[in-house]
Design a protein around this ligand. Structure first.
Ligand SMILES: Cc1cc2nc3c(=O)[nH]c(=O)nc-3n(C[C@H](O)[C@H](O)[C@H](O)COP(=O)(O)O)c2cc1C
Length: 192
């Protein structure tokens, strides 16, 4: 699969077959993530993998967080739907930013810059991960609804770092059409 095909054919997958992902496939996909560029080559990513044996616990923790948000009056948004998708996926990869332990602290401008650079680097790693997964026949879903259980998941996973996102991975049980994109002209401007 060439890079153009991968970019064009990638989709967010929200239905997975129960088949497990072989360890060697998962390793290749994670290695692809580590080939991403990063600010000062700092490689601030950390990948924490949850497989089926721990999936039910993970989902329970996610629902704890969603319930705690509800108590604070925060509507659940798409979090319950996303939790149901994560419950089907044989693998979830949580992606942490090892350069940041407290996302919500006040920062100086240089610290803002570094945080933004690290999160961008991690975004590139996640995109590599999703394209490599596709090349291996594995579907993926990039997930930020884990923020509904941000502290709960960090605690359960035993990670002190900033949780940037999670990825559901599994063999696709759907072939969704391409979702629409804004025309290039609507998102581009040439300075004159
Ligand atoms: C940063 C980010 C966070 C996302 N979070 C979620 C999520 O929590 N739940 C979900 O179902 N999809 C999530 N998505 C998937 C988007 O909804 C999806 O990428 C978008 O609708 C375009 O569809 P496509 O990926 O098939 O092109 C996320 C995507 C990105 C890039």
């Amino acid at each position: 699969m060439d890079v153009w095909e991968a970019i064009r054919e990638r989709r967010s997958i929200r239905r997975f077959k129960p088949d497990p992902i072989p360890d060697e496939v998962l390793t290749r996909v994670l290695e692809a993530a580590t080939l991403a560029p990063s600010g000062k080559n700092s490689q601030p990513w950390r990948f924490v993998v949850v497989k089926e044996d721990k999936r039910a616990e993970m989902i329970a923790v996610l629902h704890e967080g969603i319930a705690a948000c509800a108590v604070q009056g925060l509507p659940p948004g798409s979090s319950k739907h996303t939790a149901a998708i994560m419950e089907q996926a044989p693998v979830t990869v949580f992606v942490f930013n090892t350069a940041e332990k407290n996302l919500f602290r006040e920062r100086r401008v240089d610290e803002v810059l570094w945080n933004v650079a690290c999160v961008q680097s991690i975004g590139a790693a996640i995109q590599n991960l999703s394209l490599a997964a596709l090349a291996e026949g594995v579907g993926s879903l990039w997930i930020c609804d884990v923020y509904y259980a941000y502290e709960e998941l960090r605690g359960w996973l035993g990670e002190p770092y900033h949780l940037v996102a999670a990825m559901s991975l599994g063999y696709p049980d759907e072939a969704p059409p391409a979702r629409p994109r804004k025309p290039l002209a609507a998102v581009t401007r040439v300075v004159k």
